[in-house]
Design a protein around this ligand. Structure first.
Ligand code: DQA
Length: 167
């Protein structure tokens, strides 16, 4: 799980007697089966690979002076742990929870618990697909949701968080 390696914070500030970290980093989370992007149902998810999506997110974030830590897992608990870890050194979370969008109270609660701004991404338009995809537990926690824009959705999510963080 190389994506879970801790990263050093960039700078520190003091607020209310407690050390907080002035973060310049986003966590990019991709859920189950997204490791297969590029070959997985290309008619639905396109031909862009996860590595390309992660590299592009890092590029877009860098335009705003932000770094990105990327994690992909097919295991719910690993995703929950990665979200918890973001509390220490990230300023926002971009997440495509994939199938867990529609089932996971645990991931939604983890996002709620860390209290960071959240941008939810779906490559496909989940509202135009099967009924069971229409509801996402994560959307109730997300500050913005983009669905159906393909890989461009990740750019939009990163830019949204960068703009929020610059305010
Ligand atoms: C997805 C949509 C989900 O319904 C599906 O389970 C995925 C990917 C998307 O990016 O369109 O795995 O989140």
């Amino acid at each position: 799980m190389p994506a879970l390696l801790p990263c050093l914070p960039v700078s520190y500030s003091f607020r209310r007697y407690r050390t907080t970290v002035t973060q310049r980093r986003l966590l990019l989370v991709n859920g189950p089966n997204l490791n297969l992007l590029g070959t997985r149902q290309p008619e639905v998810y396109g031909s862009t690979t996860l590595a390309e999506i992660e590299a592009r997110a890092a590029e877009v974030a860098a335009e705003s002076g932000l770094q990105v830590r990327s994690v992909q897992s097919n295991h719910e608990g690993v995703l929950v742990d990665a979200i918890h870890a973001a509390r220490a050194d990230c300023a926002g979370i971009v997440i495509n929870p994939a199938a867990y969008s529609h089932t996971s109270v645990a991931i939604a609660d983890a996002l709620r618990s860390v209290g960071l701004p959240v941008a939810e991404v779906h490559l496909s338009n989940i509202h135009a697909r099967e009924e069971f995809r229409h509801h996402s537990y994560v959307s109730a926690v997300a500050d913005m949701v983009v669905a159906g824009a393909g890989p461009l959705g990740y750019d939009m999510a990163v830019r949204y968080l960068a703009s929020r963080l610059s305010q």
